[in-house]
Design a protein around this ligand. Structure first.
Ligand code: PLP
Length: 230
């Protein structure tokens, strides 16, 4: 719940506190969970407000929409969390620290090519479509080993882990089996990660980030609970 009268600062503090308590319940340190404030549709002044409240990592779904915000806050860590078209890969590499939504070998190759041209190695996550939802981005769990093998041969990307969005539900508990499944996939395919260590699990949004942390999330992507409803 995000009462309308609350400021971004108050909401951010509440989310940070809930993260700390969920981590403690799971016997984990809050420092091991990165809060990515999802700022899509939010204007720059509200993004700056979240920065002042303590947010240091931000998530955006679209390259074009992110450009002005990244320019206003170049010191923050920007994560691309939405579907990336290959013809925007160069722009994405120039704007984002992390690309969390990679789901094909062709996209990996294009990001790597653009990253090498820019003299970077881009940390990426592989997005997994856990429930086989036709409309949704993400590689099927079966396709993961081949994708990781392809990535291991590329010099401009470093696969750091997995990302997923469970089927929408009002109930955080409904997401728990999906979060556990993503953790299981990560554990099984880590040795293929290319030596740098696939340790990141990006899972959990406003409705279910505490459950995700209990299941091992290292990155949570939270929009509404910080900025209010879009
Ligand atoms: C919008 C979005 C979020 C944040 O969703 P909230 O429910 O507002 O917290 C997280 N991850 C992805 C990929 C998104 O598109």
């Amino acid at each position: 719940m995000t009462p309308a009268g609350e400021t971004i600062c108050e909401r951010y503090a509440r989310v940070a506190d809930r993260i700390a308590r969920a981590a403690a319940r799971a016997g984990r340190s809050a420092a091991d969970v990165l809060l990515v404030a999802v700022s899509k549709t939010q204007p720059v002044d509200r993004v700056l407000e979240a920065y002042e409240a303590g947010a240091r990592a931000f998530g955006e779904n679209y390259v074009q929409e992110a450009a002005g915000k990244v320019a206003a806050l170049p010191g923050a860590q920007w994560h691309l969390i939405g579907r990336l078209q290959r013809n925007k890969a160069a722009r994405a590499v120039s704007l984002f620290s992390w690309i969390e939504s990679v789901d094909s070998a062709r996209l990996l190759e294009e990001i790597s090519r653009r990253a090498e041209a820019a003299g970077r190695v881009v940390p990426v996550l592989i997005e997994v479509n856990l429930a086989g939802e036709g409309s949704k981005a993400g590689v099927a769990p079966d396709g993961l080993p081949a994708l990781l093998e392809a990535a291991a041969a590329l010099g401009g990307v470093s696969v750091r882990g997995l990302m997923a969005i469970p089927p929408p539900s009002g109930d955080a508990e409904a997401s728990r089996p999906y979060f556990a499944r993503l953790r299981g996939l990560l554990e099984r395919c880590s040795p293929r990660g290319g030596g740098r260590g696939m340790a990141e699990l990006s899972m959990g949004m406003s409705n279910d980030f505490e459950t995700a942390i209990e299941e091992g999330a290292t990155i949570v992507r939270v929009g509404t609970a910080i900025f209010g409803s879009r």
